[in-house]
Design a protein around this ligand. Structure first.
Ligand code: FES
Length: 355
């Protein structure tokens, strides 16, 4: 009889998710992913791709068992897996579970909506990165560090781009993006091949879980390639809001021709109310060039003496290609930075690849 009851219990459906902190909970019907159930219950959980590639829906499993749809190690680091992180969009429940969800007063809460827009102006930041200024049909509200999906007529897939400007309190119709030209990619080749002023597009947003958490800790910002945009937005916004924390910002590029926004970053450093170090690092600059700055990889400079504060006490914000993020995550793990204090926006293939 007891076995029958246990069997009945093991087949209990739906199963329950208890959320920490707090004492709220919600049910997850059979054959529904954890993410879908959370969305159905109006739980504030970030997500984007829903197919296990972006990592936006990562959350911490503190009790119970889930059944993963895919191998999380394609997206999450070993340290994240060891710490109990899972991908909500790729999880079914095996038992009742307890989940730790981040709660932060700065957490984005703007609704995801659709807009139409028109390209107002463009200018080249480097040989392959363009700044695109657009005007929307009505004001959009977003949080610094978030991104939007942009769809052009004639292209089946949307591409995601981070806002490169600071948000305004009441929303704004004009926003900027940085677009990198993808070799052989029809979407960006279309954009780069001639002046696209007045072309129209669709925008869906905002999305993303990359925002500046409220804290007093020093900020370690690290970007590579077109990862400048979300960090620029985030730091410009922090300056506007009077954030007064030490910042060290390491920006990795291949060579001098890949550097951009240097004047803006130096101006930001001058206005910043606390210590602000901006550290460009070049990985492929010819040895005999006139470059007198740092050479190597961004990970070479994650060091107390270079940053001007203990790495272990910093809160890290990382944007760029997956290999860079993965290498930085390893280095930060070695430096004993808590995973709870590391936030990243991986510019994954699904967001960057072209048809
Ligand atoms: S929404 Fe789950 S990994 Fe992207």
């Amino acid at each position: 009889m007891k076995r029958i009851l246990n069997l009945f219990k093991s087949q209990k459906t739906p199963l329950t998710v208890s959320l920490k902190p707090g004492d709220s909970s919600f049910d997850v019907p059979k054959s529904t992913t954890l993410l879908q159930a959370a969305i159905n219950n109006d739980i504030k959980i970030p997500y984007h791709c829903t197919v296990g590639t972006c990592g936006n829906c990562r959350c911490k499993l503190v009790d119970g068992e889930i059944r993963p749809i895919m191998d999380f190690s394609y997206t999450l680091s070993k340290a994240e897996l060891d710490d109990g992180y899972i991908l909500a969009c790729q999880s079914f429940l095996k038992t009742d579970i307890t989940l730790e969800l981040e709660v932060d007063e700065n957490q984005p809460s703007q609704p995801l909506e659709s807009y139409t827009g028109v390209i107002k102006s463009t200018h080249m930041l480097t040989h392959d990165i363009m700044s695109v200024s657009v005007e929307l049909d009505r004001p959009i509200q977003f949080s610094a560090g978030q991104f939007a999906d942009i769809g052009l007529e004639g292209f089946s897939r949307h591409r995601s781009y981070s806002f490169a400007c600071a948000p305004e309190d009441t929303g704004q119709k004009t926003v900027d993006f940085h677009v990198r030209k993808v070799p052989g990619g029809s979407y960006t080749e279309w954009l780069f091949e001639q002046d696209r002023k007045n072309e129209t597009f669709e925008l869906h947003g905002p999305s993303g879980s990359f925002w500046l958490r409220s804290a007093d800790a020093p900020i370690l910002a690290i970007a590579g390639g077109s990862g400048m945009a979300p960090l620029k937005s985030l730091l410009d916004d922090a300056l506007n809001k009077g954030v007064n924390r030490p910042v060290s910002y390491i920006f990795g590029a291949r060579s001098q021709q890949d550097l951009y926004c240097l004047d803006e970053m130096h101006a930001l450093a001058e206005k910043w109310p606390n210590n602000f170090k901006f550290i460009p690092v070049l990985s492929e600059e010819p040895a005999d060039s006139n470059w007198t700055g740092k050479r190597g990889f961004v990970t070479d400079y994650i060091d107390d003496n270079v940053l001007g504060f203990p790495v272990s006490e910093s809160h890290a914000y990382l944007c760029g290609p997956p290999p860079m993020i993965d290498a930085v995550l390893l280095k930060l793990d070695t430096a004993s930075v808590s995973l709870d204090n590391i936030h990243y926006d991986k510019f994954l293939d699904s967001r960057q690849l072209e048809n």
